[in-house]
Design a protein around this ligand. Structure first.
Ligand SMILES: [Zn+2]
Ligand SMILES: [Zn+2]
Length: 405
């Protein structure tokens, strides 16, 4: 479903929508400027400069340099009656990818690209900040806009929370969005509960005993041991995880051996684990180690396992998800555009904000195959339909007004 937002025949052309529609050229300009100067996690200097310069221009109180490059803007409403604080989170970082798009606003930084849409997230948050600062009479309470570094890793949400961005004034709830090319323009993916998965990673070295390929009985073959380990790891999802829950164990790397007639001394593998249900925290580490230890023991091999947790699952609060859903339905003007089956095993460090305060993270449909704007996220030809920018701003603005009034 492709909507032609902003729709001129729209019922509500007064107020909010009309003013936001008029922001579309600036939203595109900011997004393209950011797209041309992509920066990796914790190096978002030009990005932060642009944000700070705009906020200053608009007279918006803000603090820079939080968790290195993060920024928090504070916008107080003039309406009496509400003391509540709503935060809006946008991530700012790009990826180490060489852009293959041939557009006038192509990345000018070699080997770095906004291939996930965070340039759009920043532009939407800027547009929201600008609109709210110009319409303080429409809401009470306070809006905090959090521009976060390093979502793609190693993660900027945690250090920003540790730096106190959810305090003083204390945030009551948080919302955030991801432009989403898995959904067409004119749709919004929003649901209560788990939206995105937890991510954990591991490196494992199998330590055998090398030798002659024709004299195996004098060796401990690290290739044979790793083959058993990799197969057995698949039994965790098949046989240990409740089939009602979703989980993934992927071994993405395996390196061993140097020649066909040499039995490998060691093998190295690495993998990723995903799951939605927070009850599985710690479980995969335990089970993976049990399997590796058991198999290694039975072959006389040793192992060295490194295991770490990166992001928790993104879990939406039921009340906040309902607020965003009802707002999105007004904005895109059809309940058919609301997609509740939008879960993904991809991960996001928005999860740490959602662990700290109730909130809702949602997907803003941004694909438009008719304009060849449907490449997946992290693809060197990723790009999205910029019409989604104003839709994002309108959902944020209306969510603010609904939450704070
Ligand atoms: Zn990404
Ligand atoms: Zn992303």
């Amino acid at each position: 479903m492709v909507s032609t937002f902003p729709n001129p025949s729209s019922v509500d052309l007064s107020g909010v929508r009309l003013s936001i529609r008029s922001l579309q050229p600036q939203l595109v300009e900011w997004r393209r400027r950011l797209h041309q100067q992509p920066e990796l996690g914790f190096q978002e200097k030009l990005t932060a400069e642009l944000i700070s310069q705009k906020l200053q221009e608009w007279g918006i109180e803000h603090q820079t340099g939080i968790a290195q490059t993060g920024i928090v803007a504070i916008i107080k409403g003039n309406k009496l009656g509400s003391e509540k604080v709503l935060a809006i989170r946008a991530d700012m970082d790009a990826l180490p990818i060489q852009e293959l798009n041939q557009v006038p606003y192509c990345s000018q930084h070699d080997g770095v690209m906004h291939a996930c849409g965070h340039d759009g997230h920043t532009a939407i948050a800027l547009g929201t900040a600008y609109y709210l600062s110009q319409h303080r009479e429409d809401f009470g309470g306070t809006v905090k806009i959090i521009f976060q570094p390093a979502e793609e890793g190693p993660g900027g949400a945690k250090p920003m929370i540790e730096a106190g961005v959810l305090k003083n004034p204390d945030v009551d709830a948080i919302i955030g969005l991801h432009l989403w090319n898995n959904l067409p323009l004119g749709t919004v993916g929003v649901r209560s509960g788990a939206l995105m998965a937890a991510v954990e990673s591991f490196n494992c070295k199998i330590l055998g005993k090398g030798g002659h390929g024709a004299i195996p009985h004098q060796t401990i073959d690290a290739v044979v041991v790793s083959a058993q380990v990799i197969n057995a790891l698949q039994s965790i999802v098949a046989r240990n995880v409740n089939p009602i829950d979703s989980a993934v164990v992927t071994v993405g790397e395996l390196h061993a051996g140097s020649k066909r007639n040499v039995i490998a001394d060691t093998a190295r593998m690495s993998g990723t684990v995903r799951y939605f249900n927070p009850a599985y925290k710690g479980f995969f580490y335990q089970r993976i180690e049990q399997i590796i230890a058991g198999i290694c023991q039975s072959y006389g091999a040793k192992y060295d396992l490194e295991y770490w947790s990166l992001y928790s699952p993104v879990i939406n609060d039921a009340g906040m998800a309902e607020l965003v859903r009802s707002v999105a339905e007004e904005v895109i003007e059809t309940p058919l555009g609301i997609v509740p089956e939008c879960q993904t095993m991809a991960a996001e460090d928005m999860s740490f904000f959602l662990e700290a305060v109730p909130g809702c993270y949602f997907f803003l449909g941004s694909a438009n195959p008719a304009k060849d704007l449907a490449y997946p996220h992290h693809h060197p030809r990723f790009d999205f339909d910029e019409t989604a920018l104003a839709i994002g701003v309108e959902i944020f603005v209306r969510s603010v007004e609904k939450f704070l009034n």
